[in-house]
Design a binder for this molecule. Structure first.
Ligand code: GDP
Length: 435
């Protein structure tokens, strides 16, 4: 199951529970069964799923919860905590320090995505002001050197010509698989001894699902793996299984690869990740995105309005405008709470982009009063008809846009009461919001 589908199934299960008038044993069981099914389809280990279900039932004892308790919230929180536990290796990862040269060595099986990922990793750090350089140490695969060089040139990253020649693998292509793997591990050890890396990153293809446990263990036994990057989370059925299996080896996952392109690469943080999976929105990513998406001079005003609980149509318009200026659109969407991957599916970026533009055309036909009001009742039938006529769109489309606005306003109203951060306080704030 592709990750977006897994997230969609889980958030749908929660939504169905929310729609129920009374939360009883049956509603809770239906919700948990749905989540269990989604996790198993994503190849999460059966024992982990069963433990999760047992723990949630222990925490959420419906008989003991007195009337007045918000059962939905308690259940949602329990599911959130259990999923976080499932994905948390309980160990932080090493992060290279600025101002000091760090050597990061990428290891992994052929085809797992090392060449692509190390370029993405360098590109990511370059955007953050680091000065990365790529060095090819792959003597296994013919063409690896040229492929890396090409990637580096495209991303304007320094490529060092030095090619480490430590192991001898001349016959690798002709030897058996077992021998090849033994030779790979031996070469990996030798490169590690020669380069003394500060961090060894193990790159793993998510399509192997829970088999990731054995693969990660095997690599860890040969070389001091500091963190894992799980690739191809965009197209494979078993992403959830791979992530939970890696966590079970107590190795932190630091990034995930979500496509072949350079910027289809995301920092992996358990809590925001699970928030997104549950359709709760990634508030830490959101605050980062506000910094990235919204021009500096607009940030204080926007935050001020959101803190007052004023999510107006104008704010929605301005955010669409900002988003359209950025790109890649899919990534920004999934970061912003409410723009779930299910609603704005990956691979359909063009359609999503067109939809935003359509919504903006309709908003262009609104009066200032309509744009600046946060009162949904203002939009009566005659106003809706006027907007449809003015923008040349169908009545149905205007109503759809207003529904979208209401949905977003409800989610973004979580920002109400937000303490406005001073300069440099953004990340502290996002941590608090995720806590
Ligand atoms: P290496 O042999 O480990 O260096 O693997 P490569 O970097 O050459 O990647 C193997 C294939 O996987 C290439 O076709 C990449 O474009 C593709 N690939 C790598 N990462 C991702 C990812 O996150 N998503 C998708 N869809 N493809 C990826």
């Amino acid at each position: 199951m592709v990750l977006a589908q897994l997230g969609g199934s889980i958030s749908r299960a929660l939504q169905q529970m929310s729609n129920a008038t009374i939360i009883d044993e049956k509603v809770l069981n239906d919700c948990l069964n749905e989540i269990t099914r989604a996790l198993l389809q994503s190849d999460v280990q059966f024992k982990l799923v069963r433990d999760m279900q047992t723990n949630i039932k222990k925490i959420v004892n419906l008989d003991d919860l007195a009337a007045g308790h918000n059962k939905r919230k308690i259940i949602q929180q329990a599911i959130f905590n259990e999923l976080c536990k499932m994905l948390d290796p309980g160990k932080p990862s090493f992060t290279p320090k600025k101002g000091k040269t760090s050597v990061v060595m990428f290891v992994g099986l052929q085809g797992s995505g090392k060449t692509t990922t190390c370029t993405k990793y360098a590109f990511y750090h370059q955007k953050k002001g680091w000065k990365p350089a790529l060095v090819c140490a792959d003597t296994f695969r013919a063409g690896a050197f040229d492929q890396l060089k090409q990637n580096a040139t495209k991303a304007k990253i320094t490529f060092l010509r030095k090619l480490y020649r430590v192991g001898s693998c001349k016959n690798c292509s002709r030897s058996g698989r077992h021998k090849q793997e033994a030779a790979l591990f031996e070469e990996m050890r030798q490169v590690s001894e020669a380069t003394k890396p500060d961090l060894v990153l193990f790159v793993m293809d998510s399509s192997i699902g829970q088999a990731a446990f054995d693969q990660a263990q095997a690599f860890k036994q040969s070389v001091a793996v500091g963190a894992v990057i799980v690739t191809k989370m965009d197209g494979h059925a078993k992403g959830g299984g791979a992530l939970s299996a890696v966590a079970a080896t107590k190795s932190p996952v630091t990034f995930i690869g979500t496509g072949e392109h350079m910027d289809e690469f995301e920092v992996f943080d358990v809590k925001p990740f699970v928030s997104r999976l549950l359709g709760m929105g990634d508030w830490s990513g959101f605050m980062d995105k506000i910094q990235e998406v919204v021009p500096m001079d607009q940030q204080p005003e926007l935050l001020q309005k959101l803190s007052e609980g004023n999510f107006t149509l104008r704010i929605m318009y301005e955010q669409f405008q900002n988003i359209l200026k950025m790109g890649p659109i899919g990534q920004v969407f999934s970061m912003l709470p409410g723009f779930s991957a299910e609603l704005m599916p990956k691979g359909r970026e063009k359609e999503s982009q067109a939809k935003l533009k359509r919504y903006m055309t309709m908003m262009d036909s609104m009066t200032n009063e309509e744009l600046d009001s946060s009162n949904p009742k203002l939009m009566n039938e005659s106003r809706i008809m006027r907007i449809a006529r003015g923008s040349g769109r169908h009545l149905r489309e205007v109503m759809e846009m207003l529904e979208e606005y209401k949905r977003l306003a409800k989610i973004w109203s979580k920002m109400k009461g937000l303490k406005i951060p001073k300069k440099g306080e953004m990340s502290a704030l996002s941590r608090n919001m995720n806590a």
